[in-house]
Design a binder for this molecule. Structure first.
Ligand SMILES: *Cc1c(COP(=O)(O)O)cnc(C)c1O
Length: 455
C-alpha cells in the first residue's frame, strides 16, 4: 500500500473563520498604553493609523471571526496549504517520531505573511482608504502587502531599510512587480528621514526609522491613508490562525494528533498561526499538546527577556505594549534570519508564556542552518533562514524521542522558503557564519533603561 504523504483540503472544507484565542485565555492580555498618559489606548487614538475593523479585531474577545468572502476568494489562490508527513526526514534522523510540516511557503510571496496582508488590504479598501504605508526590513512583509494592495487597487508606499534596499534587490523587485513604490529609508520624503540624513548623510537606516517615516506619511492624511504592520499585533496573529485551523483538520485526515507543535518566533505571527488552534484543544478538550516558540539565541526575548511594557519600535514612537522584551533599543547580532531579530513579542503570546501555557526554546545559528540543510536534502524544499529555527527544534525533539524510545508526533510550521535568501546559505557554505554568545550584561543594559510600569 502506498503511504499518503500530503494532506489538502478542498475549498469547501477550508475553514471560514479565524480563531481568536483571547476568548479562551484564563488571563487576558494587558491593554496597550499611551506612553504620555500611561492610560489604555482608545479606539479613537488607534483609528488615525488603522482601519476600523482591524481595531475591532485588535480588541475583540469573540471566539471566532468570519473571514470575509473576498478574502476567502483570494486565499484560494494558494490555500489550503499542504500538510506533509516528512517521511524522508524521519528516516534520515532514524527516529520513531512522526514528523509533519505545514507548508506556508507556497503563497505567491513565499511565506505566511499574505494571510494577514490580504485581510488588512481588504478592510482598508472597504473603508474607502486609498493609500497604505508600511516599513520593511528584508522585504518579506513589504512584498506580501504589495501583493495584497495590488489586488484591492490600493496605492502602497514601502519604506525599506536602506541597507537591505541596496543588499537585497529581489524582494524590492517583487514589490515593484506588484505595483508598490519602494523608498529607501532614510528618505527625503519625510521630516524623520530628513532629520536622520541631516545628522548623517550616509545613514544606512533602521527598522525604527522606517516605521517613523511610514507613520508620518499616514498621519498627514488619516482619512485616505493608513499604516499597516506585519506581525506582533493581535489582529495580525488572528489572521494567521487560518494555518492552524487547517492543520487541525489535516492532522485528523492523517489520523494523528500532534504531541508537539513548533513555530519560529519573530514577533509571533506564524507561531500563533500554527499554535493557537492546537492550544484551543488544550483549553476546550483537555488535551496536553506542547506548543513551542523558537527564537535565535542571539535575540532571546522569550527565554532571557523580561515581561514589561515596552515600545513596539526601536525609536519609541508606538504605544507601550505588554511583552517579553530585551528592551526596545537592544541591537541583535547581524544574523541571517532577519525576520527573527525583533526585540519583543506580541502581547497575547507574552501572556501565554508568562502563564506557562506555551514553551520557548532558543537555537544558535549554526544549528539552524545544519537542520535547514538536512530538511532541504531530505524533503527537497530550501527553507527560509527563519523557518530553519522551527526545523532545528523539530530535529531536537525527534532525536529526544529516539533516545527515549517514544513514538511522538511532531508538527512544525514551514513559514517560508529560502529561494530569495540564498545569500545566507552562501555565507554558511563559506564558513562565514558564527554562533554568538550573548552576554547577560548586554541584555541587562538595555532592560535597565525600561520604565518598569509592571511592578
Ligand atoms: C516574517 C517572517 C517570520 C517572522 O515573523 P513572525 O511574525 O514571528 O512569524 C518568520 N518566517 C518567515 C518566512 C517570515 O517571512
Amino acid at each position: 500500500m502506498t503511504k499518503t504523504k500530503k494532506f489538502l483540503l478542498t475549498d469547501e472544507q477550508t475553514p471560514k473563520q479565524w480563531y481568536n484565542i483571547v476568548a479562551d485565555m484564563p488571563n487576558k492580555p494587558l491593554p496597550p498604553l499611551n506612553p504620555k498618559t500611561k492610560k489604555p489606548i482608545t479606539k479613537e487614538e488607534m483609528s488615525v493609523l488603522f482601519a476600523e475593523e482591524l481595531i475591532d479585531q485588535e480588541m475583540s474577545t469573540e471566539r471566532f471571526i468570519d473571514i470575509p468572502e473576498q478574502v476567502q476568494d483570494l486565499y484560494k489562490i494558494w490555500r489550503s496549504t499542504p500538510l506533509v508527513r516528512a517521511y524522508a526526514l524521519e528516516k534520515a534522523l532514524d527516529t520513531p517520531a512522526k514528523i509533519y510540516y505545514k507548508n506556508e511557503s507556497v503563497s505567491p510571496a513565499g511565506s505566511h505573511k499574505p494571510n494577514t496582508a490580504i485581510p488588512q488590504a481588504y478592510y482598508n479598501y472597504k473603508q474607502g482608504v486609498k493609500h497604505l504605508t508600511t516599513e520593511t526590513g528584508g522585504g518579506q512583509w513589504g512584498s506580501a502587502i504589495a501583493l495584497a494592495s495590488q489586488f484591492f487597487g490600493l496605492d502602497l508606499k514601502v519604506y525599506m531599510v536602506k541597507v537591505s534596499y541596496n543588499q537585497k534587490p529581489y524582494r524590492k523587485l517583487m514589490m515593484n512587480a506588484w505595483g508598490a513604490d519602494v523608498i529607501p529609508s532614510p528618505s527625503t520624503t519625510t521630516q524623520a528621514g530628513l532629520h536622520a540624513l541631516a545628522q548623517d548623510p550616509e545613514c544606512s537606516g533602521s527598522l525604527g526609522l522606517a516605521i517613523s517615516e511610514a507613520v508620518e506619511v499616514a498621519l498627514k492624511d488619516p482619512s485616505t491613508t493608513k499604516y499597516c504592520l506585519g506581525s506582533v499585533l493581535n489582529h495580525v496573529l488572528l489572521h494567521q490562525t487560518i494555518i492552524g485551523e487547517e492543520a487541525c483538520m489535516q492532522m485528523e485526515m492523517a489520523g494523528d494528533e500532534p504531541d508537539i507543535v513548533i513555530g519560529c518566533f519573530g514577533g509571533g505571527s506564524n507561531f500563533a498561526g500554527i499554535g493557537f488552534p492546537f492550544l484551543k484543544k488544550n483549553f476546550t478538550e483537555g488535551k496536553n499538546i506542547r506548543v513551542i516558540a523558537v527564537e535565535p539565541s542571539s535575540c532571546p526575548k522569550l527565554t532571557r527577556g523580561i515581561f514589561q511594557y515596552d515600545f513596539g519600535d526601536t525609536e519609541g514612537f508606538t504605544p507601550l505594549l505588554p511583552m517579553y522584551t530585551l528592551g526596545h533599543d537592544f541591537q541583535p547580532a547581524d544574523i541571517h534570519a532577519g525576520g527573527l531579530r525583533y526585540h519583543g513579542a506580541g502581547s497575547i503570546v507574552s501572556q501565554l508564556l508568562k502563564d506557562g501555557l506555551i514553551e520557548a526554546q532558543s537555537v544558535p545559528q549554526l544549528e539552524t542552518f545544519a537542520a535547514g540543510l538536512t530538511f532541504a536534502k531530505t524533503e527537497g524544499i530550501i527553507p527560509a533562514p527563519e523557518s530553519t529555527h522551527a526545523i532545528a527544534v523539530a530535529v531536537r525533539e525527534a532525536l529526544k524521542a529516539k533516545e527515549e524510545g517514544k513514538e511522538k508526533t511532531i508538527l512544525f510550521n514551514l513559514s517560508g522558503h529560502g529561494m530569495i535568501d540564498l545569500f545566507a546559505y552562501e555565507q554558511y557554505f563559506a564558513g562565514k557564519l558564527q554562533n554568538y554568545d550573548l552576554p547577560d550584561e548586554v541584555i541587562r543594559k538595555s532592560i535597565d533603561k525600561l520604565d518598569k510600569i509592571i511592578k
